[in-house]
Write a protein that binds this ligand. Structure first.
Ligand SMILES: *[C@@H]1O[C@H](CO)[C@@H](O)[C@H](O)[C@H]1NC(C)=O
Ligand SMILES: *[C@@H]1O[C@H](CO)[C@@H](O)[C@H](O)[C@H]1NC(C)=O
Ligand SMILES: *[C@@H]1O[C@H](CO)[C@@H](O)[C@H](O)[C@H]1NC(C)=O
Ligand SMILES: *[C@@H]1O[C@H](CO)[C@@H](O)[C@H](O)[C@H]1NC(C)=O
Ligand SMILES: *[C@@H]1O[C@H](CO)[C@@H](O)[C@H](O)[C@H]1NC(C)=O
Ligand SMILES: *[C@@H]1O[C@H](CO)[C@@H](O)[C@H](O)[C@H]1NC(C)=O
Ligand SMILES: *[C@@H]1O[C@H](CO)[C@@H](O)[C@H](O)[C@H]1NC(C)=O
Ligand SMILES: *[C@@H]1O[C@H](CO)[C@@H](O)[C@H](O)[C@H]1NC(C)=O
Ligand SMILES: *[C@@H]1O[C@H](CO)[C@@H](O)[C@H](O)[C@H]1NC(C)=O
Ligand SMILES: *[C@@H]1O[C@H](CO)[C@@H](O)[C@H](O)[C@H]1NC(C)=O
Ligand SMILES: *[C@@H]1O[C@H](CO)[C@@H](O)[C@H](O)[C@H]1NC(C)=O
Ligand SMILES: *[C@@H]1O[C@H](CO)[C@@H](O)[C@H](O)[C@H]1NC(C)=O
Length: 436
């Protein structure tokens, strides 16, 4: 018995050396550390290489077979210089104690009919996904690429905004795991939607996907967190057209550090309060060392008013309850950003009078935004920020300090409503010039 298990181990080591398996990424968050240690379990002892048809035919059966074979202590390889095709929605929530080493490219088919009928529904904002990832002690890395074939979706969405566009990486129930060194391209909608998860680290992602037609790639959030706690999003580059990171309902203990964001809607708390009868919590968030370019916002908190409102046909809501508490934005350099800071409780409601008639019950407390620098865009110049609370009682201890941001005309004006002006290091003046 001893001999044969030893032989097996040697064979595994020989296979690992022969097949160019990637080493585990070394992740050292700095200067801030997540509340929980970065997961680091024992190495794996089984090795599986995913096969491919190599001609655009669906490789899902090969992928599932490798995942099952190497689950509970194995290392799965998607080989370099190889394109794998996925044309079947797969449930990957059975994964435990597994490394998934993606060196090649995984491309999702562009059959919008199939995916709309088969992608996995998440319960929030009509989100669906190509695959559903979950489990415990799952490490995914390797430097390879996931390609969502987004162009057909950008064009179809322009025709019909009610289509269901899958997110590229849909996660439901993932614990003690790391996703690192991945290239994400052309997601139909959000890039990563993370739900029901605990202690997950995302590190060194490279996200981009512009439309090549006149139809813009919309709602391409980098990360959305939902019903999740102890999450870190670190050292990544994001080129997109919606929130760079967004903390949806019940996101707590989250560290976002070292992101370069371009073209986005900023790092956003919310939107919250969208659904009547629900209580949304976003608490203990630290965002630091961010570089924000050509964006609508840098630091942002968006709350729906207490009256039905619509941002678009497929995005409407209002009337929900909850709390935003203990949020810190520390160190953001901006360039060509419309608002350096935008806090609003009138999200999706262009009629401010109506919004103020129905003040939100959702409280905003203990928010610190500090060490911001750079120049805003001309859009709301001379204003650089907007602080819009729907009543004098729900926003407490909101602090903006060391705000070294100017508009293109050299001002640091802001619209401030129902907030204590004395803790805001901007010049509160004038009327609301607009909201994003
Ligand atoms: C792709 O390759 C598989 C064999 O691996 C073959 O069965 C199938 O017919 C091929 N499909 C096309 C479209 O070439
Ligand atoms: C992949 O292709 C590159 C460039 O052609 C080559 O340098 C590299 O060795 C290849 N890797 C593998 C594992 O075949
Ligand atoms: C797309 O998917 C639909 C529904 O599953 C299927 O009927 C159709 O044959 C597929 N089209 C192509 C080109 O594969
Ligand atoms: C998360 O977990 C809850 C409770 O188990 C479940 O109802 C829900 O479907 C899961 N997924 C999402 C996306 O919330
Ligand atoms: C899903 O989209 C429909 C419109 O297609 C909308 O009426 C509904 O409110 C959305 N559901 C959620 C949960 O946002
Ligand atoms: C993940 O952690 C949550 C909360 O502790 C737990 O309910 C869930 O069962 C865990 N999931 C797995 C796959 O271990
Ligand atoms: C968020 O957590 C609160 C408190 O536990 C709970 O009442 C609420 O239903 C949760 N909301 C969601 C969307 O999970
Ligand atoms: C930033 O995004 C814009 C589009 O918003 C794009 O034209 C530009 O090339 C991007 N910059 C870089 C350095 O990638
Ligand atoms: C506030 O959040 C930070 C993380 O950003 C955490 O370290 C701190 O303990 C939290 N404060 C309280 C009172 O929970
Ligand atoms: C805005 O709402 C107020 C209060 O309900 C209403 O009197 C006013 O007509 C609305 N203005 C517009 C432009 O709809
Ligand atoms: C704001 O922070 C203080 C000090 O940590 C705490 O006592 C208070 O409960 C917090 N406010 C809310 C609404 O949690
Ligand atoms: C705060 O700023 C607003 C202008 O935005 C002004 O009307 C109000 O008087 C200021 N309040 C205090 C207490 O300075």
């Amino acid at each position: 018995m001893r001999l044969s298990s030893c032989t097996l181990l040697l064979a595994a080591a020989a296979e690992a050396a022969a097949s160019h398996y990637s080493p585990r990424p070394h992740i050292a968050p700095a200067p801030k550390h997540p509340r929980k240690p970065v997961p680091s379990p024992a190495p794996r002892t089984k090795y599986c290489t995913v096969k491919t048809h190599g001609n655009g035919t669906d490789d899902s059966a090969y992928i599932l077979s490798a995942f099952h074979q190497c689950n509970n202590g194995g290392h799965v390889l998607f080989s370099a210089n190889t394109t794998y095709t996925i044309g079947t929605a797969m449930d990957w929530t059975f994964l435990r104690h597994i490394d998934i080493d993606i060196q090649g490219t995984i491309k999702f088919t562009d059959n919008t009919t199939y995916w709309q009928e088969n992608s996995f529904p998440f319960v929030f904002q009509n989100v669906t996904s190509f695959f559903k990832l979950g489990g415990d002690d799952v490490f995914i890395y390797g430097g390879g690429e996931l390609d969502g074939s987004g162009q057909v979706w950008y064009d179809l969405y322009a025709e019909n905004e009610y289509i269901l566009r899958p997110v590229l990486i849909g996660i439901d129930g993932l614990n003690n795991s790391i996703l690192s060194d991945l290239v994400l391209r052309y997601s139909p909608e959000y890039y990563v939607f993370l739900a029901n998860s605990t202690n997950v680290v995302f590190n060194n992602f490279d996200i981009s996907g512009f439309s090549s037609s006149d139809n813009v790639a919309k709602n391409t959030d980098g990360w959305d967190t939902y019903r999740s706690t102890d999450i870190s999003i670190l050292d990544s580059v994001i080129n997109n057209g919606d929130d760079c990171v967004s903390f949806k309902p019940n996101s707590t203990n989250i560290l976002v550090e070292g992101l370069w964001c371009n073209g986005s809607h900023g790092i956003s708390v919310g939107s919250l309060g969208q659904y009547v009868g629900e209580y949304d919590i976003v608490e203990n968030i630290y965002v630091t060392n961010i570089s924000m370019h050509n964006a609508s916002d840098a630091a942002r908190i968006k709350v729906w008013p207490n009256t039905p409102s619509a941002l678009s046909g497929d995005l409407q809501g209002g009337g929900g309850d909850g709390r935003v508490n203990n949020i810190t934005y520390d160190g953001i350099v901006i360039d060509n950003v419309d608002y350096a800071i935008e806090i609003t409780q009138c999200y999706g409601q262009s009629n401010t009078t109506l919004c103020l008639e129905y003040p939100s019950p959702l409280t905003i407390s203990n928010v610190t935004i500090k060490n911001l620098s750079g120049t805003t865009s001309t859009k709301y110049s001379p204003d650089i920020a907007a602080f819009l609370c729907s009543s004098t009682t729900v926003c407490t201890n909101v602090v903006a300090e060391n705000i070294d941001v100017v508009s293109p005309v050299g001002t640091n004006d802001a619209y401030c409503l129902n907030m204590d002006n004395s803790t805001l290091d901007v010049t509160c003046t004038g009327s609301l010039l607009g909201t994003n």
